[in-house]
Design a protein around this ligand. Sequence first.
Ligand SMILES: [Fe+2]
Length: 295
Amino acid sequence: MTVFSFARKIGDALYREWGEINFDVISFPSLAYNSITSSKPETEINVFDIPFSLLRVNQIPKQRVNNGSLFGQPPLTLYVAEDKRFFIEIYLWSSVDMTIHDHPFSGAFTVLEGVCQHDSYLFERSGGSNQLQMGSLIFKETELMSKGDCRMIFNGDRLIHRNLHLSKPTVTFIIRTYRDLGLTGRIYEESGLAIAPDLTIAEQKFLDYLDGVLRLNNYDTALRMIQSLISSGFSDFAKYHSAKVYLEQTRRYNEVESISDMLASSIPDVTSDFFRKTFLLQIEPILSGESYTTY
Ligand SMILES: [Fe+2]
């Protein structure tokens, strides 16, 4: 059995089972969890067999394109349910993703290979704008997950977590919905800034140009771009994110204060102090010589 036929078998069964309860989203995490724990993909799938399977299949399911970002190195969509109700994916990891986030979807995930450190958090909102919420991020618990361990994913802020891939390789497997109604998904900074990372196509393209200019070390043009952006009608997230990228790439930390003031003058719901605290906490691992982006 190929990895695709395995996914089709469990996907078709899950589709039928979920259909019997009228595709009730609330029930999906436990159904996905049961599907994984009863079919045991960790005993059925060897990720390094997959490239050889690809040589033998004529067609594979439609792959997702996620704003150009590569979640997994590589990701692979194994199954897409009828009407795009849910999908099944497998990820081979060679990097550690430190991002604390919640999910605009429901499902369950498991570890097929390796060990992960699974940290979870609570968020208490105290203010901010719709896209940039201010609050407290409270560490809840940590656990080590290894081969065969499975956890449910609840949409919204009921599950705020990060899953650090400690071993090389780490392989994970997920069954999830696409996007549950009315949810966007947030990224949480350690400062307590909760971000809805939604960009229009024009905003994304602006950030692509900012990246291009920074790669050319043209820092003064980059700063002018950010100054213009901050006084424009672009979203709060586009403004914050451009400042974050600028500081990360240029390491002009002496500008944290002025950039925080600029942002706060354009986004009055978030204080300058809060932006400053957010940027300074992002800088900390760099200053202490730690880098978690790759290993
Ligand atoms: Fe997640």
